[in-house]
Design a protein around this ligand. Structure first.
Ligand SMILES: Cc1ncc(C[n+]2csc(CCOP(=O)(O)OP(=O)(O)O)c2C)c(N)n1
Ligand SMILES: [Mg+2]
Length: 576
């Protein structure tokens, strides 16, 4: 099965096909090689060692350099862009600290399986290994956070290394890669090489599952009395939402998304029970513990979803696991059947196998009754929160108001922290690629820049970011990037004047010995205004809707501060 984008890819590259790079300076060739992969933004901060590349974007409309105020912002924006579009993205940073600053953001791309290509300009070859100015072993700094990290040693090797980078970033389990280019190589001319279409140097086909394992899985699923589909990040990466829904309808399967991928299936679907995880729903955990078969569909089964013990998953439950990466199969739970493949391709194979064995699938009225009651109980539990009315607001009062005004296809990035984390169980996701978080990486402060990246990737959709006061100040210098590049992200800061997630631990486990958790903050709305963005300060729940609507309508980067009470909800047993 070919990917739908292949035809478009071929058409766009045809204009460059067969064109020789002879006499082209390597710096320019780098930019053209990125265009061959349809890269339209390069994120980074300039430096002496990258100027021979970034200046080649001067005056061009097909590719532009998004200059951020810190390299971590560039990595996080690239992550958001890749996750919302499914396309590779590029960071370009200079030698020494410039590239080292990428590390925090790139760790998110690594955990979140995003094809972010780092191109670092390095000190000239003759100075490498001599402790020169701004010189570090960048390849080894980034190596554990990337799928490959290599240094070019010859100008003529650059095209092949760039193709290697894209192939590696995009194949199998996707992830970031790094190509380090000593600056003297960039000013030399290419001798000969031709532009190739991506399909000439990387596979654009989906990996099918092995037929025997599809048959075993289909047999087990058809015999199951209480099946549950755990929809993971692979569903999003491969675009398998319709296959997930079709399978669940065919077999009367309950649906639970894996933690952080709540947008893998429409949350309004009657089979959707709720999200798992510490900030998820006990009802989802109950459905998981009752299931006799779990189809772990496009997921490594992350720690936050199940705690990797048998507190949520029942030891007697049979697990069928589908993942693109063979390393993940059976890694944390023994499996009945493991299928290596692309979730959309395997999903279709499973649908074919099941319908040829049982055209009507399976009808399980008792189980359906059980899990739909759990789904209902979750909705009623959340509905009961709507009666809360306090001043200052409790964070629970914020979410019903947001649900009323967020467009259904809004892209929502959720930062770390206890108050923004309450979004997990409370905000609704109806479309794929609309929810973004710190996946298993866990970094506070990722939200603002990831949100900016999502808006650049899908400018026609509303982009929202949810923050606590502690997280927002990490990268708020990038409000300047949002203003200069006109990226209208709407950010909501739930301000409880503390590092709540940690304060709750110090309260419960450390005898209220509060250290490093009480904060004094600037007014976040005023901070936004100083940067030239729009600021809102909302103290009443019934004014939240108007502020959000006005922020969206303004078409400007906006920050809405909402003061809330300290509230530390109990954690579910995953403890994460
Ligand atoms: C980079 C990083 N540093 C520290 C932490 C630990 N940490 C997790 S949540 C949190 C506090 C978050 O405070 P805030 O953003 O105000 O949200 P709140 O919990 O108060 O709602 C801290 C310090 C982390 N996860 N990541
Ligand atoms: Mg806080």
């Amino acid at each position: 099965m070919g990917t739908p984008c292949l035809a478009v890819l071929l058409e766009n590259i045809n204009s460059r096909l067969g064109v020789s790079m002879e006499n082209m300076k390597a710096g320019r060739a780098v930019i053209e090689l990125l265009r061959a992969e349809e890269v339209d933004y390069i994120f980074g901060v300039t430096g002496l060692t990258t100027n021979s590349m970034v200046t080649e974007t001067y005056g061009r409309e097909d590719i532009s350099f998004i200059d951020t105020r810190h390299e971590e912002g560039a990595a996080l924006m690239a992550y958001g862009y890749s996750k919302v579009t499914g396309k590779p993205s590029v960071c370009m940073t200079t030698s020494g600290a410039g590239t080292i600053n990428l590390a925090g953001g790139i760790s998110l791309a690594y955990k979140g399986r995003a094809p972010v290509i780092i191109i670092s300009g390095d000190t000239a070859l003759e100075y490498i290994g001599r402790d020169g100015a701004q010189a570090f072993d960048l390849v080894n700094v980034l190596r554990p956070l990337t799928k490959i990290a290599v240094q070019a040693n010859k100008t003529t090797r650059i095209p092949a290394l760039i193709r290697d980078s894209f192939r590696t970033a995009l194949s199998g389990k996707q992830g970031p890669v790094m190509l380090d280019i000593p600056r003297d190589l960039l000013d030399k001319e290419m001798i000969s090489d031709e532009f190739l279409q991506p399909s000439a140097y990387r596979s654009v086909y989906r990996t099918q599952g092995d037929e025997a394992s599809i048959k075993s899985a289909s047999d087990i699923l058809l015999k199951s009395k209480r099946p549950l589909l755990l929809a993971g990040g692979g569903v999003l990466d491969s675009g398998a939402t319709s296959e997930a829904v079709a399978l669940s309808e065919l077999l009367d399967m309950a649906i639970v998304p894996s933690y952080g991928h709540h947008d893998a299936v429409p949350n309004s679907h009657p089979h959707y029970v709720g999200p798992p995880g510490a900030r998820g729903s006990a009802e989802a955990h109950e459905a998981m513990s009752k299931a006799d078969v779990i189809l772990a569909f496009g997921t490594r089964i992350n720690q936050a979803s199940t705690a990797w013990n048998y507190s949520i998953i029942n030891p007697g439950t049979k697990i069928i696991q589908v993942d693109i990466d063979p390393i993940e199969i059976g890694r944390n739970y023994p499996v009945e059947v493991g299928i290596v493949g692309d979730a959309a391709a395997v999903g279709q194979q499973l649908i074919n196998a099941i319908t040829s064995a049982a055209p009507e699938g399976n009808k399980l009225p008792d189980w359906k009754d059980t899990f739909t009651k759990l789904a209902q109980a979750r909705l009623e539990r959340l509905k009961a929160e709507e009666t809360i009315s306090e001043n200052p607001m409790m964070p629970q009062q914020v979410f019903p108001e947001l649900n009323k005004v967020f467009p259904e296809d809004a892209m929502i990035t959720i930062d770390a922290g206890i108050a923004p984390g309450m979004s997990y169980d409370r905000l609704k996701f109806e479309h794929p690629r609309t929810m973004f978080n710190y996946v298993g990486q866990g970094a506070l402060g990722m939200g603002y820049c990831v949100g900016l990246g999502t808006k650049l990737g899908r400018p026609n959709r509303t982009a929202i970011s949810m923050h606590g006061d502690g997280g927002f100040l990490y990268t708020c210098g990038e409000i300047n990037t949002a203003v200069r590049h006109n990226i209208p992200l709407v950010s909501i800061v739930l301000n409880n004047n503390c590092m709540g997630a940690e304060k709750s631990q110090q309260k419960n486990l450390h005898e209220e010995h509060y250290v490093g958790v009480n904060l004094t903050n600037p007014r976040f709305d005023k901070l936004a205004e100083v940067f030239g963005a729009k600021g809102f300060y909302v103290e009443q729940a019934d004014q939240i809707g108007d502020a959000v609507r006005e922020a969206i309508r303004s078409g400007m980067p906006s920050v809405i501060e909402i003061p809330v009470q300290e509230y530390f909800p109990p954690s579910a047993p995953t403890g994460l």
